[in-house]
Write a protein that binds this ligand. Sequence first.
Ligand code: S3P
Length: 174
Amino acid sequence: MQPRNVVLVGFMGAGKSVCGRLLARRLGRCFVETDDMIVAREGQSIPEIFSRDGEDRFRQLEAETLEALALKSDDVIATGGGLPCREGRMDALKRLGTVVWLRGPLDDLVARARRMGARPMLDGRPLDEIETLYRRREPYYAQADVTVDTADLGPDQVVGRLLTALRARDLSHV
Ligand code: S3P
């Protein structure tokens, strides 16, 4: 049977964790995060992995995590902001189920991600560099099956929109 996971993608601060957890609860499904899988496997936090082993090592761990996701069939999966942004990654994610991009205004995303902290890709980077990174990533996120605009919405409202979009998609597939 085709896996029917819901896979959330988007930039740091998009709300993938909070909304993913809520969505999983609403759907009665398990919630997994690729970052948590990496942290559990390595026994180190994400900032520790970046500072000890570098970004390339982290990206390699993401690739391995993506392979491990083939075991999931009915979960809600939140991906790290950079995971989909390599050749072939969005196709691999789409094979796992429905991919949803949580899209929001960059300023809001960055402010939220900075508030939460522990984001090595943002540390010490001025906004124009972050914007360049975002623009480079946007074409990957844009390949998602469904896009939900999160501007000015709280997590409950985002999940409401997400459920509506997922149901509409299901109906169009029967
Ligand atoms: C990253 C995003 C983070 C985490 C790591 C790198 C990125 O996840 O995977 O810090 O490159 O955008 P979130 O998107 O959950 O912040």
